[in-house]
Design a protein around this ligand. Structure first.
Ligand code: NAD
Length: 285
């Protein structure tokens, strides 16, 4: 099996196309372009084997350089990037893909995601058709979406005949996305959690602190463990080496069903990010 570092026991999730993705990866949203080479290198040194970036993060170049210079065979690191909203549409998706791959300095992607549906523009089906062509050419291993609602997922499935491998969505204890996770499970779509720590906001919660004390782990480790035990793919972010290591050290303990339930009880339906049904940043004409 690829993606296993010598020291880690990161499980793999098998996607609906037969490819595997490490269940725990590393996200680089808001990591400045000038820092990202060092940050990704640190994550790879700690044992992470999956890196999540996006064209709009402006840090694909340093991310790709860190991956290439780390020196592992290409197929031992899982690389995800995302199509930005302004590039949706069939031809523009093909061009945006080439540009992302160029910036990363790679010759294929493991996973390409439509970053947001931007349903009002009505271009996500055409974008996904371009993804299908790129996949058939071997330039993307798996194709998926991000921030897709059930309605948008249903349109992709009906109109392209293909079920996205992954939907990467905001998901953390305060916004647990039960309905969408059930839809994913029923349709063999893997759930990937973004802002899995609620961008740090969930870490001060008393219920999390109580579980952390009981298992003698940190709040961040407990929340990552909650995701893993729910079956989510999870991509926490930090630029601090000690936290990057802490967030990866989550395989030596388990939460009991009661501890899982105590964390799940924090769901208040409160999202941090934009509502995918109405988010149109980058929309042109
Ligand atoms: P996150 O939930 O991973 O939180 C990151 C923040 O939590 C850090 O900046 C830090 O402040 C804090 N933190 C991290 N580890 C900690 C620790 N061990 N102890 C204490 N504090 C800690 O938030 P995120 O960066 O928004 O999300 C993770 C990744 O998800 C991103 O980097 C990106 O790759 C992806 N993402 C995707 C989308 C999307 O629209 N698809 C949107 C947002 C994020």
């Amino acid at each position: 099996m690829t993606f296993k570092s010598e020291t880690s026991a990161v499980p793999s999730i098998v996607l609906n196309d037969g490819n595997v993705i490490p269940q725990l990866g590393f996200g680089v949203f808001q990591v400045p372009a000038e820092d990202v080479f060092q940050t990704v290198t640190t994550a790879l040194e700690m044992g992470y084997r999956s890196i999540d970036t996006a064209a709009i993060y402006g840090n694909e170049e340093g991310t790709g350089r860190a991956i290439r210079e780390f020196g592992l065979p290409r197929d031992e690191i899982y690389v995800t990037t995302k199509l930005w909203n302004s590039d949706q549409g069939y031809d523009s998706t093909l061009r945006a893909f080439d540009a992302s791959l160029d910036r990363l300095g790679l010759d294929y992607l493991d996973l390409y995601l439509i970053h947001w549906p931007v349903a009002v523009a009505d271009r996500f089906v055409d974008s996904f058709r371009a993804f299908q062509v790129l996949k058939s050419q071997g330039r993307i291993k798996s194709i998926g979406v991000s921030n897709f609602t059930i309605a948008a997922l249903q349109r992709i499935i009906t109109e392209t005949g293909e079920i996205p491998a992954v939907n990467q969505i905001e998901l953390h204890p305060r916004f647990a996305q039960e309905e969408l996770r059930e839809f994913h499970a029923a349709n063999a779509i893997a759930t990937e959690a973004w802002s899995p720590l609620g961008q740090g906001t969930v870490l001060d919660d008393n219920a999390v602190a109580a579980v952390a004390a009981a298992v003698e782990r940190t709040p961040a480790q407990v929340i990552i463990r909650w995701h893993l035990q729910l079956g989510n793919i999870v991509i926490p972010k930090s630029v601090t080496a000690s936290r990057i290591a802490e967030n990866f050290d989550v395989f030596g303990f388990e939460l009991t069903p009661e501890q899982m339930a105590a964390i799940s009880a924090l769901d208040s339906g409160a999202r941090i990010g934009p509502d995918p049904a109405t988010f149109t940043a980058g929309l042109v004409n």
